[in-house]
Design a protein around this ligand. Structure first.
Ligand SMILES: *[C@@H]1O[C@H](CO)[C@@H](O)[C@H](O)[C@H]1NC(C)=O
Ligand SMILES: *[C@@H]1O[C@H](CO)[C@@H](O)[C@H](O)[C@H]1NC(C)=O
Ligand SMILES: *[C@@H]1O[C@H](CO)[C@@H](O)[C@H](O)[C@H]1NC(C)=O
Ligand SMILES: CC(=O)N[C@H]1CO[C@H](CO)[C@@H](O)[C@@H]1O
Length: 785
C-alpha cells in the first residue's frame, strides 16, 4: 500500500475503488487501512448485540445465574438496551423463565435517545408515535424472535416492556391480536394471575436484513474508502455510506407507510401499528429513501444516493432494481411515477415534475458509474418518452410550467418554477451524453430548449437581491399588483441553476421579469449574475447549524443542501462545499438527538432540533435517510477530484480542485487514487492555483514494490507504517518536495446565529395534518413527545 504526501497540502485524501462492468466482474471488497475504524456497519449483521442496558424503569433486576447474565423484568417495568450504532432488523430474545403466567411483552424501538423507552418513535404519519409491538412469549424457554414482517428499519434503542395487567384493556398492545393464530387468542382470555408476571431474558440480539446483496459482513462490503486528515470529514463520508447500506433492503421488506399501502393491499391494521412486508420492486435487493421509513423507492433520494453508493459499496444491483421499478410503472402518457410502489400503481397516479427529472438523472448516474449500457439501451425509448413530457412543459414564458405541487415536501412548487427548469436544463445535457454513449445523435430540440430555458431562467434573476426567485408568481421579485412582495430565493433552485451550467446572462437580458417588457434597473445593484456570486450569497445565508432553504421555512435539509454542495463545486468553490459539510453535516453527526454519526437524518429544524418540519411528530424524522449522503459523493468526486467520464470508468478524469495559498506562493494538494479494472496502479496528480502542475501515472511492479513512473514527477517511498500511511511517500516535482502538512487544521467556523423558528408558518407547512385533538404545544416547548 502506498500513500503520498504533499507539502502544504492542508488535507490529504486517499481513496480507492474498483470499477467493473455491471454484472461481470467481482468488485474487490475491503482494503485494510486506518480508515476502517470509521466504518459504522456491523461485522456480523446476523447477530448484532446491544452494547449495554441504557435505562430501566420499575422492577428490573440484572443478576448472574450459573454464569449466565439474566435480565429480569417484572410487571409494569421496562428495560431499554442501547446498540453501538443505528441498526436494523428483527429482534430476538432468549427467554429463560416466565413466572406469573406471562404470555407477551411489548417491544419499542427508537433511532434517537430522545424517543427511547416503552413508546416507539414513528414510522407512519397518522399518530405522533407508533404503537408498541406485542411479542408473544411461548411457555417453553428458549429463543423467541419477532415475526418476519416486523423488521424495524432503523433503531439504536430497543425496549422490552411488561405493561401492568390493570392497563391491559386500554393498552395498544393488542393491535395484532387479529393477525395471530387462534391458539393465542385463548391466552388473552385467561384470568389475571395473582403472582406478578415477569420475564427473565439471557440474551438479546438483532438479526439485520439490510444490504442483502452485500453479504453478512457489512464492514467488508466496502469497495471504496476515504481517508483524510480531517476526522470529521472521514466520519461524514462513512456515515453517508452506512446510511445507504441500512436503506438498502430486501424488496419484500418494504413499504413502511402501511396507511398508504392500504390502497393496494387493503390491510386493516390499526392506526399506529407498523410492519414492513410490502413488495416495492423486483429483484433481491433495492435502494430506498430511508431505513425506518418510507422504505420505498424515491427518485429524488436516488439522485444523491446513486453516486454515493458507487463510491462506497458499488451495490449497482440495488440501484438498477430501484430504477427498473420506476420505469416499469411509467404511465401511458410518458410520465414517471413520483415514487415506487405503493405509489405509481394506484389510481392516484402520483407524480412530481421534479422527481420525474430526478429519475432521468438517476439513469445517467447509474449508467455512468456501472457501465450498464444494455440497461440504457433497453429503457431508452421509455426515457425519451419521459423526457418528451418535460419538454412539452416549456411554454412561451421559456420556463417549465409545473403540473404537480409534489417535490421533496417543500411547499410552493407551482407555476413557472426555477428548480424544475434548471433540472430540465441539466437533464438535457446529460441526455445528450447518454445518446452519445448509445451512438445516437442529439435531437436539435434539446440544445434549442436549453437556450430557451436560459432566457426564461435569466428573467427570474432578482437584481436587487443577487439570487434567482422561485417562480414568476407570488414567490417572484416582481409580483403582480395584487400580490404582496414576498420573493422566495430557493436553495434548491439556485443550486440547480449552478449545477445546470446554464448561461446565466444570455444576451438582451435582464428584463424585470419573464412577463415584463421593462428592463431591470441599470446598473444592476448586484451586477449581472455569476456562479461565484451566487455561491457567495448562498454561503452568506448559513445559520449556526447549516444552510437554510427559504422555500421550506424553518427547515435545514441535507437533501437541498446536497444540491447546494454540488452548486458550490460546479462554481469552482470547493472550499465552500467543504465548509458547509463541516457545518451542516457536522451537526448531523454531533448534534443532540441525532444518532452519533452512525447515519444521517432526513432533515431538521432551523434551530438545530431533531424535528423535521414536514411532520408534526418530532419522532417521525428518519435518522437514516439516503438523500443526506451528498458529501460521500462530493468528497470523492470533487474534493478528492476523481471524475468518471465514460461509462463504467473506462475513462477517469482526475483533477484536484483543492488549492491553498499561503505566503503568496501557490500551495497544493497531493492526492492519490487507485483504480483497478482498466488501469492497475495509481494515478496521482496535483494542481496549484487552478493550473495543473503535474499528473502522475504509476504502475506497481510484479513484486508490488517497484514503481514505474509513467507521467511527471518522482515518487520516493520513505516509510511503511500503515497508521502513518500519509507520510510514507515523498513526491518530488521540479525541484520541490511534497510532504504532508501536519499543521493543517479544519477551517475555523464563523460565529453564526441560530435560526429562529416561525411556529405559525411551521404549522401551515406540515405535510401531514396534525391529527384531531392532538396538542402540539409540547413541540413548541421543545419537550420530547
Ligand atoms: C438470521 O435470520 C436468518 C434468515 O431468517 C437465519 O437464517 C439466521 O439463522 C438468523 N441468525 C440469527 C443469529 O438469528
Ligand atoms: C404483512 O404483515 C401483516 C401483519 O402481520 C399481515 O397482516 C399481512 O398479511 C402481511 N402481508 C404479506 C404480503 O405477507
Ligand atoms: C459515538 O460514536 C463514537 C465513535 O464515533 C463512540 O466511540 C461512542 O461510544 C458513541 N457514543 C454513543 C452514545 O453511541
Ligand atoms: C451494531 C454494530 O455492529 N456496531 C459496530 C459498529 O462499528 C463498530 C466499529 O466502528 C463495531 O465495533 C461495532 O460492533
Amino acid at each position: 500500500m502506498m500513500g503520498y504526501k504533499g507539502t502544504t497540502a492542508f488535507l490529504f485524501y486517499f481513496v480507492s475503488f474498483w470499477l467493473c462492468d455491471f454484472g461481470v466482474c467481482e468488485v474487490k471488497k475491503g482494503w485494510p487501512g486506518p480508515w476502517e475504524k470509521y466504518i459504522r456497519a456491523p461485522e456480523n449483521k446476523r447477530r448484532i448485540e446491544p452494547r449495554k442496558i441504557w435505562k430501566t424503569e420499575g422492577d428490573v433486576q440484572v443478576r448472574t445465574d450459573d454464569g449466565k447474565e439474566l435480565v429480569i423484568i417484572k410487571e409494569g417495568a421496562w428495560v431499554t438496551w442501547e446498540f453501538d450504532e443505528n441498526i436494523s432488523g428483527r429482534a430476538c430474545l432468549i427467554v429463560e423463565d416466565t413466572p406469573g403466567g406471562l404470555t407477551e411483552v411489548n417491544l419499542a424501538y427508537s433511532e434517537s435517545y430522545l424517543f427511547a423507552g416503552p413508546i416507539p418513535d414513528a414510522t407512519t404519519d397518522r399518530q405522533a408515535r407508533d404503537l408498541p409491538l406485542p411479542l408473544r412469549i411461548p411457555k417453553q424457554k428458549g429463543k423467541v424472535c419477532v415475526g418476519k414482517e416486523f423488521v424495524r428499519g432503523a433503531f439504536k434503542y430497543f425496549t422490552v416492556h411488561l405493561p401492568s395487567s390493570d392497563h391491559q384493556e386500554n393498552s395498544p398492545q393488542t393491535w395484532l391480536q387479529s393477525v395471530w393464530q387462534t391458539s393465542q387468542k385463548t391466552l388473552f382470555g385467561t384470568k389475571p394471575h395473582k403472582k406478578k408476571k415477569q420475564i427473565a431474558i439471557s440474551s438479546v440480539w438483532v438479526n439485520c436484513t439490510s444490504f442483502p446483496s452485500q453479504g453478512n459482513n457489512g464492514r467488508a462490503a466496502y469497495t471504496g474508502y476515504f481517508s483524510s486528515s480531517s476526522h470529521l470529514l472521514n466520519q461524514i463520508w462513512y456515515a453517508g455510506a452506512y446510511t445507504l447500506q441500512l436503506g438498502t433492503i430486501d424488496p419484500r421488506e418494504g413499504g413502511a407507510l402501511i396507511d398508504y399501502n392500504r390502497i393496494v393491499d387493503h390491510n386493516d391494521s390499526p392506526t399506529g401499528s407498523w410492519y414492513s412486508n410490502f413488495t416495492i420492486s423486483g429483484g433481491t435487493s433495492v435502494t430506498t429513501d430511508g431505513a425506518k421509513r418510507d422504505r420505498m423507492v424515491w427518485p429524488g433520494d436516488m439522485f444523491i444516493a446513486i453516486p454515493s453508493i458507487a463510491v462506497s459499496t458499488s451495490d449497482y444491483l440495488s440501484i438498477r432494481n430501484a430504477l427498473e421499478i420506476i420505469f416499469t410503472n411509467q404511465y401511458p402518457d410518458g410520465r414517471l411515477p413520483y415514487a415506487g410502489p405503493p405509489m405509481g400503481v394506484t389510481a392516484n397516479r402520483e407524480f412530481s415534475d421534479t422527481y420525474h427529472l430526478h429519475t432521468l438523472l438517476g439513469v445517467h448516474s447509474y449508467v455512468l458509474w456501472s457501465g450498464d449500457l444494455p440497461f440504457l439501451d433497453k429503457i431508452w425509448p421509455q426515457y425519451l418518452f419521459a423526457l418528451h413530457h418535460s419538454l412539452s412543459l416549456v411554454d412561451d414564458l421559456s420556463l417549465v410550467h409545473v403540473t404537480s405541487t409534489a417535490d421533496w415536501l417543500r411547499p410552493g412548487m407551482t407555476g413557472h418554477n426555477l428548480e424544475a427548469s434548471a433540472l430540465l436544463h441539466t437533464v438535457l445535457s446529460r441526455s445528450a451524453t447518454l445518446a452519445t454513449w448509445l451512438g445516437h445523435t442529439t435531437p436539435p430540440i434539446w440544445p434549442s430548449t436549453q437556450k430557451t430555458l436560459e432566457t426564461g431562467l435569466a428573467r427570474l434573476y432578482c437584481p436587487e437581491l443577487g439570487l434567482f426567485s422561485d417562480n414568476i408568481g407570488a414567490r417572484s421579485c416582481y409580483p403582480s399588483k395584487d400580490q404582496g412582495y414576498a420573493p422566495i430565493l430557493p436553495q434548491d433552485g439556485n443550486s440547480w441553476l449552478l449545477i445546470s451550467r446554464a448561461n446565466l446572462t444570455p444576451s438582451g437580458l435582464p428584463f424585470r421579469s419573464p412577463k415584463s417588457r421593462f428592463r431591470s434597473p441599470t446598473p444592476l445593484p448586484n451586477g449581472p449574475p455569476t456562479r461565484g456570486g451566487i455561491s457567495k450569497l448562498l454561503r452568506g445565508r448559513w445559520v449556526k447549524h447549516g444552510a437554510p432553504c427559504p422555500e421550506f421555512p424553518n427547515t435545514i435539509s441535507p437533501f437541498a443542501s446536497g444540491f447546494e454542495l454540488l452548486g458550490h463545486v460546479y462554481s469552482g468553490e470547493v472550499d465552500t462545499a467543504v465548509e458547509l459539510m463541516l457545518l451542516e453535516w457536522g451537526w448531523l453527526v454531533n448534534g443532540d438527538g441525532f444518532n452519533n454519526g452512525s447515519t444521517l437524518a432526513e432533515g431538521y429544524r432551523i434551530d438545530g432540533d431533531v424535528q423535521y418540519p414536514a411532520y408534526p411528530s418530532r419522532a417521525r424524522n428518519s435518522l437514516a435517510h439516503g438523500w443526506a449522503s451528498g458529501p460521500t459523493w462530493v468528497l470523492t468526486q470533487w474534493v478528492l477530484g476523481v471524475e468518471i467520464t465514460k461509462p463504467g470508468g473506462e475513462e477517469v478524469e482526475v483533477k484536484v480542485w483543492r488549492v491553498r495559498t499561503r505566503g503568496g506562493s501557490g500551495k497544493g494538494l497531493v492526492w492519490e487514487i487507485r483504480a483497478e479494472g482498466g488501469t492497475k496502479g495509481t494515478v496521482m496528480g496535483y494542481k496549484v492555483k487552478g493550473e495543473e502542475r503535474g499528473v502522475f501515472l504509476l504502475r506497481e511492479g510484479e513484486d508490488g514494490e517497484r514503481v514505474e513512473r509513467l507521467g511527471l514527477g518522482v515518487v520516493r517511498v520513505v516509510g511503511e507504517d500503515e497508521e502513518s500511511w500519509y507520510k510514507n511517500v515523498v513526491v518530488e516535482y521540479q525541484g520541490e518536495e511534497w510532504v504532508f502538512d501536519e499543521t493543517w487544521k479544519e477551517p475555523e467556523m464563523e460565529e453564526r446565529e441560530q435560526g429562529a423558528v416561525d411556529w405559525d408558518v411551521m404549522e401551515r407547512y406540515f405535510k401531514t395534518p396534525v391529527p384531531e385533538g392532538w396538542d402540539i404545544s409540547w413541540l413548541k416547548e421543545g419537550r420530547d413527545m
